[in-house]
Design a protein around this ligand. Structure first.
Ligand code: NCD
Length: 300
């Protein structure tokens, strides 16, 4: 059985702390400390800037060879299935698949069928999971606050369509973070969150928060019958300087990106002194190096 990172269901709290420690080590390491006998393939069926490039940089920094399949010019456009794509690349000794797909379950089904042959890393599956983003976020919080316990964390925005939130809540639950405030207009709330308390009131969510995670309004994921009034959203949920004053003075601001400037967050706050948004991007490379090493590295 090959190792996989699909969501947090097979991870423990100690795995998360181990990955944080490894990511921290990669943030200061200048040369590779592990050796790999693997070849990876990036299969991105959905748009991506930071996740895809950070995986590429992580692979390059670890000197792991990889291919980046251009889905639009691949044989899938001639009717080949994704399963057959994987078997084809596998015949060329690719043994690790890093996949982003709009389908919630595709990577889970593929990993189930091919778990003896290939490693799988979920780079975002539908609205279901985005574990590597959640891990880099937890790393960023830990690195800045030096602990995960006793924090008040506000998560604001389109909770309903966010795979980042789905994974973050799983990670926060494993790490026993008690005070999670989930804030969204009622029609963008999570129906039954496994952790945290819901409020529609932004001020209440922000009151004395240590960490504020804002989210993109995911217009492309609105389903039939769903709509969003951006003017109302901006009026009641946008994080600006005035709203930020409700949080603790040393609160950090995060966003998985990409941001919709001035819709969910003002430019001033997104690039202000409390913002960790670009730090998250930087940490994404270290965390993805850590994940690859955790999956199959052997110490040199
Ligand atoms: C997120 C995603 O794709 O789920 N972005 C990311 O990976 N950094 C969030 C989003 O698209 O809003």
């Amino acid at each position: 059985m090959k190792k996989q990172l699909l969501d947090f269901s097979k991870l423990t709290e100690s795995d998360i702390y181990q990955l944080i420690e490894k990511a921290k080590a990669f943030s200061t390491a200048t040369k590779p400390i592990f050796k790999f006998n693997n070849t990876a393939a990036l299969l991105f069926y959905e748009n991506s800037t930071r996740t895809k490039i950070s995986f590429e940089l992580a692979l390059k920094r670890l000197t792991i060879p990889y291919v980046d399949l251009n889905i639009n010019t691949s044989s899938e456009k001639k009717g080949e299935t994704t399963l057959d794509t994987l078997l084809t690349l596998g015949a060329m000794q690719v043994d690790t698949f890093i996949i982003r797909h709009k389908d919630d379950n595709l990577i889970f089904d593929l990993a189930d069928k091919l778990c003896d042959k290939f490693h799988f890393i979920n780079a975002g599956s539908g609205m279901r999971a985005h574990p590597t983003q959640a891990l880099l976020d937890v790393f960023t919080i830990f690195d800045s606050k030096k602990s995960l316990t006793d924090l008040s964390i506000a998560i604001i925005g389109d909770l309903k369509h966010s795979r980042v939130v789905a994974s973050l809540l799983q990670a926060f639950k494993l790490c026993s973070i008690g005070d999670i405030r989930l804030c969204a207009p009622a029609d963008l709330a999570v129906s039954k969150p496994t952790i945290g308390s819901y409020t529609a009131d932004l001020k209440e969510a922000l009151q004395d928060a240590d960490v504020i995670i804002t989210l993109r309004v995911q217009k492309e994921r609105l389903q039939q019958g769903e709509s969003i009034n951006l003017k109302d959203y901006q009026a009641y949920y946008r994080l600006d300087k005035k709203m930020l004053a409700y949080a603790k003075p040393d609160a950090i601001i995060m966003h998985p990106g990409p941001i919709n400037r001035d819709i969910e967050i003002t430019s001033e706050v997104a690039y202000g002194p409390q913002s960790m948004i670009l730090k998250q991007v930087e940490n994404g490379v270290y965390m993805r190096q850590a994940i690859l090493e955790w999956l199959y590295g052997t110490q040199l």
